[in-house]
Design a protein around this ligand. Structure first.
Ligand SMILES: C[S@@+](CC[C@H](N)C(=O)[O-])C[C@H]1O[C@@H](n2cnc3c(N)ncnc32)[C@H](O)[C@@H]1O
Length: 291
């Protein structure tokens, strides 16, 4: 154990006092490495990195063939790491900041709205919404059946099994119409057919419905994205997001650093007339999209 602690100290991940040979975490180190209730918690990124190493041969082949690697083809560490990495951000921002930043959506959710969370993965955002807005009818959809099974388990663990539904369906064909709110958290850029997804979402929304689209932070111009957050995101985009989109039909592989104007142009193609950045933080851009 002491050897492991020494390795953490010399790497800058822990503090050390040689007088009594004690180790501890500073507040900042604890936020990033030990406290999964803070949006700064980044341990999930390491679990994702573990998946990338396990999947290296497959990713290398995909570089050669151009055929991509489907999200579902990755090691389970990717699904668990993604949950671990993103959930603290949802806990810290979704209910307190992102929903209130959308025009009129919070009031609808409180009184009872119909909501779809598309590409929900293990369902952390879906369960959070269902917990906060008990009068609303909330369904999480994902094309990956294994993730949907995990999401149902998470809901049961949270005592929310009867308050939230999870169904296997893709963004391009999920069931239902008249949604007051459709959400996509960090998944649209993973799709080979984001246009098909956007068109289907538009058709599924109520006339005054809202699409909450969360995408990784990025600014226009590659040269303006030289920072630690973009380093993480671009690395993930190379090994995960871009190959995932290549593995789907549709012909798009946008990567996870799509600019606001590119999204606006793309969503405008299917008839959405309103697109605005409603909120942001160092990791996320939060867009409000409507007819
Ligand atoms: C980066 S993960 C995000 C998961 C979840 N939204 C979260 O924030 O934890 C991307 C998710 O999109 C899902 N996905 C990819 N393509 C999809 C599609 N065409 N239709 C539905 N889900 C899709 C994947 O299965 C995966 O769960």
């Amino acid at each position: 154990m002491e050897e492991w602690l020494a390795a953490q100290f010399v790497s800058g991940y822990a503090e050390y006092d040689p007088t009594d040979r004690t180790f501890w975490l500073s507040e900042e180190q604890a936020a990033v490495l030990a406290d999964d209730s803070t949006p700064a918690f980044l341990v999930g990124a390491q679990t994702i990195t573990a998946a990338l190493w396990k999947d290296e041969a497959r990713i290398r082949d995909a570089f050669r063939s151009g055929k991509g690697v489907g999200w579902h083809e990755h090691d389970h560490d990717l699904f668990h790491g993604t949950e671990k990495l993103f959930k603290p951000g949802y806990l810290g921002n979704l209910v307190s900041t992102w929903i209130p930043a959308l025009d009129g959506v919070e009031a609808k959710l409180r009184s009872g709205a119909k909501v779809a969370d598309i590409g929900c993965g293990h369902g952390s955002s879906t369960i959070l919404l269902a917990n906060e807005y008990p009068n609303s009818e909330i369904t999480g959809f994902d094309y990956h059946a294994v993730s949907i099974d995990e999401a149902r388990t998470r809901a049961a663990w949270a005592g929310m099994g009867d308050r939230v539904d999870f169904e296997v369906a893709s963004a391009q064909d999920f069931p239902g119409t008249g949604y007051d709110l459709v959400c996509i958290f960090d998944a649209l850029h993973d799709m080979g057919d984001p246009i098909g997804a956007a068109a289907h979402i538009r058709a599924s929304l109520a006339d005054d419905g809202t699409w909450l689209l969360v995408e990784p932070m990025a600014v226009a111009g590659l040269e303006n994205n030289v920072n630690p957050v973009s380093r993480i995101f671009y690395a993930g985009s190379v090994g995960i997001c871009t190959p995932a989109a290549q593995a789907q039909s549709g012909g798009y592989a946008l990567g996870n650093q799509v600019s606001d104007s590119a999204w606006s142009q793309l969503l405008g193609q299917v008839g959405f007339s309103r697109f605005r950045r409603a909120s942001e933080n160092p990791f996320n851009r939060v867009f409000e999209v409507s007819r």
